[in-house]
Design a protein around this ligand. Sequence first.
Ligand SMILES: [Zn+2]
Length: 209
Amino acid sequence: MILDIHTHHLDPSNKDCIQNIEIGLFNPQEGCFYSLGLHPWKVNERWENDFDLLQVHSQHPSVLAIGEAGLDRFVTDNISLQKNAFERQILLCEEINKPLIIHCVKCFNELIALKRQYHPHVPWIVHGFRNNPFIAERLLNEDFYLSIGERYQATAIEMIPNDRLLAETDESTKNIFSIIQGIALVKKISHDELIDHLNKNVQKVFFKA
Ligand SMILES: [Zn+2]
């Protein structure tokens, strides 16, 4: 059962997570699941070469999502390239019918504008969501899923409906069960009930169940 939808801890024996792997390192292991994408920090003038490789590898059945992809205002020297690469990945998701895992830092207006522009059919997930309830509400109104990791604002989590919530370890040293325990406490539901919701959401988003 996948509960951790985004981790950078690559482990060929871990079949219960979606491992985020660099495109050049993609070498799928039996039973493992992956996400692949052009990270906004890494987008440079040669991004189209990486994109060609992404287009090929993203067809592999072990690749459950494109990402992390997105926009990051703190990396200022490539912001227009970031936008080009992100829009190309938005279209790729529609072509291959796989969800998009999004890295967004201080670009939520642009992100919402893109969602309205493209009307995607696949789910869009903002990963590592640690912003305030106001931004959470805006994203929820636009049908985003929000994935929560080690750091978050409890007041934002309180307002995320159970059917729009996902969990992740990202780069944390905590395991997914301790992150889930923290979220369950904020939401005042049991660990098991939260796992049940998360499992249903993973099935719906990544396996179209
Ligand atoms: Zn990440």
